[in-house]
Structure formats: structure tokens, C-alpha cells
Design a protein around this ligand. Structure first.
Ligand code: ATP
Length: 196
């Protein structure tokens, strides 16, 4: 049976970068966030449920999910956001299981920002946390997304504290240095996983 390894980390931790290195090393990676963005357009049942929750306007005239419209709706309404997520998360789970069944390698990786929050680590063989100091992550995201310090800080404060994630993870990659060091650390963890 295929073993699933979860990869997670807070905003700007470097989990996507680590996941790309793992792909380069020849292992399949499921990028949950990217797949979710596809599913809201491709899964007719989910589309129906979202329209029932948020209205017809959640899809534009061409039938595409209106990220801006939905984002504005749920931004100020925590309960609505939870309801939306309770529709999207099960659909991603189904999509992931289908994807896994199509893979042929001994290990596959699943990248998600909310591995521990959704207790998805319980369905994984092992978990890998990518983490870095707050100020390091703040700077990287401000550079990448053209966001202000306050905007990034607000997102960070809403996420599970790094110290809690460190306790839950099987492997921790500290990403406070350069990309060369990050790649090296990734390969070290990969070697350990391959030896399992
Ligand atoms: P998010 O959850 O916000 O999508 P992430 O955890 O996936 O973030 P990445 O996108 O991998 O993080 O990294 C955040 C940004 O920081 C990217 O622009 C990436 O290129 C850069 N970065 C990551 N690690 C390093 C590093 N060690 N040195 C320099 N830049 C880095």
C-alpha cells in the first residue's frame, strides 16, 4: 500500500519550495491548495453546494468560481467561512484519494497548510513540518506577495502556533537559511523516509 507523507508549515515557511524539491527527486506531490482551486470549478456537486450556500454569484458569467466575490463574502463572516470549508474539504479528500489510487511509488506526499488543524496527519504515515522564524517568514511573504507587515502578521496570528506544530511533526525542517541549505535538509529527510 502507498504510504502518505504529509508536508505542512505556516505561511511563508517554505513548504511549497520543499515540495518542489521532493517532486524533483521523483516523488509525486499532491498540492492541496492548488487542487482545491481546480475542484471548485470541476466538481459539479461541489459547485452546486457552493451556489446553495453563497448564491449564484459565487460563479461568474462564464461559470468560473469567483474567488474575489467569495473571498469578500467570507472575509467578515467566520461562520460562513467554516461552512464553505466544510464543503471544500471533503471534496478535496475525495479528489486526493482518487489521486493516490493512481500513484505507483512506495511513498507519496501531500502538501497542505492545515495538516494538523484538520488532523490529516492521522491519515498519514509520517508528517514533515517546514518552519522558520516569524520575522524570516514575514519578510519572505512581504517580498513574494507585495503584502504589508500587518497583513502577513494577521494571517500568521490566525494559524496554529509553530511550537504546537513542532510537537506534532515526525520530521522538522528549519528554513532560516538559504535555498541551498533548504534543499540539503529536504534531501536528508527524504533519505530518512526512503529508509523506513
Ligand atoms: P504559503 O503558505 O504562503 O504559500 P509556503 O510555506 O508554501 O508559503 P514558499 O512559497 O515555499 O512557502 O516560500 C515563501 C517564499 O519564500 C517564496 O517566495 C520562496 O521562494 C521564498 N523562500 C523560501 N525559503 C527560502 C530560503 N531559504 N531562502 C530564500 N527564500 C526562500
Amino acid at each position: 500500500k502507498t504510504k502518505i507523507i504529509g508536508i505542512t508549515g505556516g505561511i511563508g515557511s517554505g513548504k511549497s519550495t520543499v515540495s518542489k524539491y521532493i517532486e524533483e527527486a521523483g516523488f509525486p506531490v499532491y498540492f492541496s491548495d492548488i487542487r482545491a482551486k481546480t475542484i471548485v470549478n470541476d466538481d459539479p456537486q461541489l459547485q452546486q453546494q457552493i451556489k446553495e450556500l453563497l448564491g449564484e454569484k459565487s460563479y461568474d458569467e462564464s461559470g468560473f468560481y469567483d474567488r474575489k466575490y467569495v473571498g469578500d463574502l467570507v472575509f467578515e463572516d467566520e461562520e460562513l467561512l467554516l461552512k464553505l470549508n466544510s464543503l471544500i474539504h471533503p471534496a478535496v479528500k475525495v479528489d486526493f484519494e482518487k489521486w493516490v489510487s493512481e500513484q505507483t511509488t512506495a511513498f507519496v506526499f501531500k502538501e497542505t497548510a492545515i495538516l494538523f488543524e484538520l488532523k490529516l496527519n492521522e491519515t498519514c504515515f509520517k508528517s514533515v513540518l517546514v518552519t522558520a522564524d516569524d520575522n524570516c517568514r514575514l519578510k519572505r511573504v512581504m517580498d513574494r506577495d507585495n503584502k504589508t507587515y500587518r497583513e502577513v502578521e494577521t494571517i500568521m496570528l490566525r494559524q496554529m502556533p509553530e511550537k504546537d506544530k513542532v510537537k506534532l511533526a515526525d520530521y522538522v525542517i528549519y528554513n532560516n537559511e538559504g535555498l541551498e541549505e533548504l534543499k540539503e535538509e529536504t534531501y536528508k529527510v527524504l533519505d530518512e523516509i526512503k529508509a523506513l
